[in-house]
Design a binder for this molecule. Structure first.
Ligand SMILES: [Zn+2]
Length: 884
């Protein structure tokens, strides 16, 4: 699964404190020894499912029949399976000899999401067939079986899709809804004859039914987990191509198939590359990627086996609105979800504790394959941003280990965070670099070959890699980084030059933003160092100290290449050398040093202005990714000065002096044949300069919009320009934007217009956006994005509004996001009173097991207040001295 993109076009700051997590879990005992109370009894297991589904789309309900072959392993009085929001009309157990036993009682437990069936006596070990007739709900938010409505030339339309991760398959069919129960599925669906249907497998048969209906039965799947089953129903276009032995398809609203061309050609390049990398070819006959109009607070795309689902903005290119960033995101999203076809679908984690094994690996693989197939995008430079968002969560008390102990449905949903994804990716990046790319790949191939069509735990991967890299303590290092939380700090001490080599003493501490007196945990840390222009030297720091030797004498970079998951703290003298030589360092180290020192400064390890000296030393013709990193820090500082116009003006003037000339050089209009990194930089600079209210850019955005310039009405700058106009809107401009949103028929553009209505700085307009979100007008899946969009500028306003209208607001959010949606609205507040208000909400509406997002929001607020009080003075002095 891929997480949703940020709600607004606001620049993602490098060291934003996103939401961290609950209590620190003890290292996990092996799965078999643990009691997980939410798991089903082990006395029965499913062998195979046949599902017949008849949707009633107009009335948002469906009828289902599940025929499940089961094996009773131990004699039992009841058969218990998962079910949520399902109503049963029949449950029959058939024995081998065909004798039928109707259920005497079906007890549904809504909280436990189970149905317990009593067949009037003990069921002895053996094989049986369970036949269940039931009805269920079609939801209007993207979880379970859900509807997405949209406008088309032929009027209002409704398409149906499924989303089952984490545990929502139980809303579609009664099931053993845990990833370890792998079985084949045969799915049939009865729909109007004019509809198209998509499943995990190609259709096997289509039969005409009375009343203008048809029944499509898909081919039987290989054994797979319940959360990967998929069904899509609607009026679709499907474009296809072939790669290796697989038919690749992209499915979109009818009439919009051509917009899937970029995704289709991308997938056709990625698939053979993965076949080769994994050494096991993609096992299904086809692989579709299905576009859904709308959005979710929980996810952006999902790796259903053979039938990836993506929201349209992650899959379709619409020339009216798509940007270079969307093109690259579509490629990387496909690369992520396709990596899951092996890592997640073919080999699946046994339980959600190891979710990171899916997500960290798929995130890492997406960057790896993008690097191979689009080196000109320089995705390895983007990895540093991922490392920073992980460290943001991982350096405060509410963090959690990568491998964590999960029990409840809420906890499982909350596990989809930056630690699971980005720390997971960072740890894999570090380990791959430590054992070498070839050994790592041999380990991965071995792991896939041994465990295909079955379930694993994290240690299965480490064993495979360790076998491929004999003599290297892979498992030990991996355990340090995945079973304990937190971020190592490598303090560089004495550095000396002897015999043409540089030797540096290293001490390992722990990087923390909120516990200065914490006793450091111990990690074995693979450290790489290099002098300027020299060959890298390597060491494994263990027991808290080490030395690293690098060829040559001169300015030393520790974490050279930036593949390590740790912060590096230099002495003032070493940092001075780095500032002096900053312009001559490799780009990856320029970005890494900038973000590392920015993080250290905000945490209080050194002056927060040190990073600004580095930013200031970036050359005028710096790599576009470095310019973006500088821009992100300036935008973040501008935000820290909210309510202090004098200092905001200083930041704006500095940003103007640094960034406006870059924008002037590359121009507002794209040049034919320019590098993609420049196209990306243009949109980023326009957005950032708009965010810091650079007068020239704000005026130009307004002028282009008023003149209905093609730059403002369509194409790659449309979003950035419209966002600036929306942020600075007065009532008249807001009304114009609102009218435009109401008239818009294209769901992709419509969603964005409603998000922009939420971004006004004016508080009165923000209130109007909140009121609008409670009306049916924006559409079921757009409203929650409006509320979180308002929270980016007005967290207190949005939080209080959501509390006042709690039940209405919760209905606008998908089930998987409910426990975190409201607390996160308040997370950007700088008002100390917000801590108590979130606390209050958690006490009333969250269980102790689900309050992690509330604790994370509280930690974020405290951190923001601390930074403003203690870190901002250094920054103020720097700008006062710099800007005249
Ligand atoms: Zn994923």
């Amino acid at each position: 699964m891929r997480l949703p993109t940020a709600a607004s076009f606001a620049v993602l700051a490098l060291a934003t404190l996103a939401a961290p997590a609950g209590t620190i879990a003890a290292p996990l005992p092996p799965l078999a020894q643990r009691t997980i109370p939410t798991q089903l009894p082990r006395s029965v297991r499913p062998l195979e499912y046949r599902l017949d589904i008849t949707p009633d789309a107009a009335n948002l309900r469906f009828a289902g029949r599940a025929v499940i072959d089961i094996e009773v392993l131990q004699a039992t009085d009841t058969v218990v399976l998962n079910a949520a929001d399902l109503a049963f009309s029949r449950a029959t157990l058939m024995g081998i000899a065909g004798q039928e036993k109707p259920a005497r009682n079906i007890a549904v437990d809504a909280d436990a999401q189970t149905a317990t069936m009593d067949f009037g006596g003990r069921v002895l070990p053996g094989r049986y067939r369970l036949i269940l007739d039931y009805t269920g709900k079609i939801y209007t938010q993207a979880a379970g079986f859900f509807a997405l409505d949209y406008d088309s030339k032929a009027g209002r339309k409704r398409a149906l899709f499924t989303q089952f991760e984490a545990p929502d398959a139980r809303r579609f069919f009664p099931s053993w809804d845990e990833p370890r129960f792998r079985t084949p599925y045969t799915l049939s669906v009865t729909v109007p004859a004019g509809d198209d249907v998509i499943g995990n497998m190609p259709a096997a048969t289509t039969a005409r039914k009375p009343g203008g209906l048809k029944t499509v039965t898909f081919r039987k799947t290989p054994a797979m987990s319940s959360y990967l089953v998929f069904l899509g129903v609607g009026e679709f276009d499907r474009i296809t191509t072939r790669a290796a032995n697989t038919e690749i398809g992209v499915v979109a609203r009818r009439g919009n198939g051509a917009q899937g061309r970029w995704a289709l050609t991308s997938a056709a390049r990625i698939l053979p590359w993965y076949n080769d990398y994994f050494g096991t070819p993609f096992p299904l006959p086809k692989l579709d990627n299905i576009a859904g109009p709308g959005s979710s607070q929980f996810f952006g795309a999902m790796e259903n086996w053979g039938a990836i689902f993506s929201f349209e903005n992650r899959l379709l290119i619409d020339p009216a609105i798509s940007t270079e960033a969307s093109r690259q995101d579509i490629f990387e999203t496909a690369a992520h979800e396709m990596a899951h076809q092996w890592f997640g679908d073919l080999v699946t984690m046994a339980w959600w504790d190891d979710l990171w094994l899916n997500e960290g690996f798929a995130s890492w693989m997406a960057t790896k394959s993008t690097q191979a197939l689009h080196p000109e995008w320089q995705p390895e430079l983007g990895r540093i941003g991922g490392r920073e968002s992980a460290i943001g969560l991982d350096s405060v008390a509410t963090t959690h280990p990568v491998v964590q102990h999960l029990t409840t449905v809420d906890q499982i949903s909350q596990a989809f965070d930056a630690i699971t994804y980005q720390k997971g990716e960072a740890v894999i990046t570090m380990l791959e670099d430590y054992v070498g790319a070839d050994a790592w790949r041999r380990g991965v191939q071995d792991y896939v070959r041994i465990h295909k069509y079955s379930n694993t735990q994290t240690d299965d991967l480490w064993s495979a890699v360790e076998r491929a890299a004999p003599g290297k303590p892979v498992t030990a290092i991996a355990h340090d980084f995945t079973l304990q939380p937190g971020v190592p700090l490598i303090r560089v001490g004495n550095v000396r030059c002897a015999g043409g080599r540089t030797v540096a003493d290293l001490r390992q501490e722990e990087f923390t933003r909120d516990r200065p007196n914490k006793t450091a945990l111990r990690w074995r840390v693979p450290v790489i160092a290099a002098t300027l222009g020299g060959v890298q030297g390597r060491t494994l720091v263990s027991g808290g100290a080490g030395t690293v030797t690098a060829a040559g004498c001169g300015t030393l970079v520790v974490n050279s290449g930036q593949t390590g998951y740790y912060r590096t703290l230099y002495t003032p003298a070493l940092l001075a050398n780095l500032k002096r030589d900053y312009a001559r360092l490799p780009t990856v180290d320029q970005i890494g040093l900038l973000s590392d020192n920015w993080g250290l400064g905000l945490a209080g390890y050194q002056s927060a202005a040190e990073a600004l000296d580095l930013a200031d030393a970036a050359p005028a013709d710096a790599n576009p990714r470095l310019v973006q990193a500088v821009a992100a820090i300036l935008a973040q500082i501008h935000g820290m000065y909210e309510g202090d116009p004098r200092h905001q003006a200083l930041v704006t003037r500095y940003a103007t002096a640094r960034l406006a000339p870059v924008l002037a050089r590359i121009g507002w209009a794209a040049k034919p044949g320019e590098p993609a990194t420049v196209t990306l930089l243009r949109a980023n600079l326009v957005a950032t300069l708009g965010t810091v209210r650079e007068p020239g850019v704000v005026a130009e955005a307004n002028r282009l919009t008023a003149a209905r310039s093609p730059l403002a009405t369509a194409g790659p700058l449309r979003t950035a320009i419209a966002s600036i106009v929306a942020q600075n809107a007065d009532a008249a401009a807001w009304d114009r934007l609102h009218a435009e949103a109401q008239a818009e028929k294209n769901p992709l553009i419509r969603t964005q217009l409603y998000r922009q209505l939420a971004s006004a700085r004016d508080e009165g307009l923000a209130r109007r956006a909140l009121e609008l979100a409670l009306t049916p007008e924006p559409g079921a899946t757009n409203s929650s994005g409006i509320i979180s969009g308002v929270a980016a500028q007005h967290p207190d306003l949005a939080f209080d509004f959501a509390i006042r209208h709690r039940e209405q607001v919760e209905a606008l959010v998908d089930i998987s996001s409910r426990s975190r949606f409201i607390p996160q609205l308040g997370a950007r507040s700088t008002d100390p009173a917000m801590v108590g208000r979130i606390e209050d909400y958690a006490t009333h509406y969250l269980t102790p097991q689900s309050r992690r997002p509330a604790d994370q929001a509280i930690a974020a607020i405290r951190d923001r207040i601390r930074v403003r009080e203690t870190r901002l003075p250094d920054i103020s002095r720097w700008f006062e001295a710099k800007v005249r």
